[in-house]
Design a protein. Structure first.
Length: 330
């Protein structure tokens, strides 16, 4: 069995029988239901083809189970499971002291953990988190920080560690839509990778919010016979501080320096050999469409011909202008 990430031009061109789940990103109207878990992001693709259609696929004829569990749409092949859950904040009833987004984040993650426990696949490998108005303030706290509180509470309620062996992730803002979380899970723990240039996100000091974010800088995961490296969303942060505020060119270069440092650490832990910048496929999230040309110029210098999709999205600190993530599937 071998898992791969494919890019498609139209949803109908997907070999539906072999898709675990995937992503549709673009400015246009959301698609009709496709019969497999699809994370839809209503945000423009700035470069790389709008809409972006990506699917995690297994070989034709591989076993496939599917279901829905407390609103989590999932598909499973062997011991690999991909799921998507969307929650409208307006539809949740916050517990006293919790904001709607905090409650939504808690419920999303609590449902994911219950599903994974029921499936006997307890290990989250990679999370894709998107929400509206991520930098907006409500009830005196930035919404991203509210999300972190709900997520962290759910990890603890689900008996998961909030430090150390935590999944790779990204968390971005889009103009509108529900809190949407996609995930890939499996039977084995991740091998966590941190960045010596950065404080681990799960150890950020409380000036960045009451609960630290719950993610590793990268995760090595091992489907049967394979190794996949997921590099989490990576930004212009050194130590725990944003550097190069207001300078998108320098932020892009710093983000790539951070990814290079993460790849060095991942290479030391790899079963499949070292990782170079050119070995990965990337998504770059750009806050201001007008910065696209600058970001692309720096990326092209460093990444050469590696595939990069550019999306319009808000990064989770208001002074960050760009965030880049990637994966290498072997
Ligand atoms: C950072 O390094 C930038 O909250 O899941 C990157 C990746 C970021 C994941 C998350 C946040 C998350 O802190 C932000």
């Amino acid at each position: 069995m071998s898992l791969s990430l494919l890019t498609f031009r139209s949803l109908s061109s997907l070999p539906a029988g072999s898709v675990l789940g995937g992503f549709r990103v673009g400015a246009g109207a959301p698609p009709e239901p496709v019969g497999w878990p699809l994370q839809n992001l209503s945000t423009p693709v700035l470069h790389g083809g709008d809409p972006l259609l990506e699917g995690w696929v297994v070989p034709e004829g591989a076993p496939m189970q599917a279901g829905e569990h407390e609103g989590v749409a999932w598909r499973r092949s062997g011991d690999l499971l991909f799921g998507v859950v969307d929650v409208q904040e307006a539809g949740v009833t916050p517990e006293p002291g919790r904001s709607a987004l905090q409650q939504a984040a808690f419920e999303v993650y609590a449902r994911i953990f219950r599903l994974l426990d029921a499936q006997g696949l307890p290990h989250l490998w990679r999370l894709w988190n998107y929400m509206a108005d991520i930098n907006g303030e409500a009830d005196g706290l930035e919404r991203y920080r509210q999300f972190n509180m709900g997520r962290g509470d759910a990890f603890e309620a689900g008996a998961r560690s909030v430090v150390g062996r935590v999944p790779a992730a990204c968390a971005l803002g889009v103009a509108s839509g529900p809190l949407t979380v996609a995930f890939l899970a499996g039977p084995t723990p991740i091998v966590p990778v941190e960045n010596p240039r950065q404080v681990s996100a799960f150890l950020y000091p409380d000036r960045y919010g009451p609960r630290s974010p719950t993610f590793s800088r990268a995760a090595l995961v091992h489907p049967p016979g394979q190794e996949i490296l997921f590099v989490s969303g990576t930004a212009s942060i050194v130590g725990h501080q944003t550097v190069h505020a207001g300078d998108v060119r320098a932020q892009t270069a710093e983000s790539l320096d951070n990814i290079a440092a993460v790849l060095d650490e991942a290479s030391a832990k790899s079963r499949s050999g070292p990782f170079a910048l050119g070995d990965l496929g990337y998504r770059a999230y750009v806050r201001h469409a007008a910065d696209l040309a600058t970001v692309r110029e720096v990326v092209a210098q460093r990444l050469g011909d590696a595939p990069v999709t550019y999306l319009l999205a808000d990064v989770c600190r208001s002074d960050l202008l760009v965030e880049i993530e990637g994966q290498c599937v072997r």
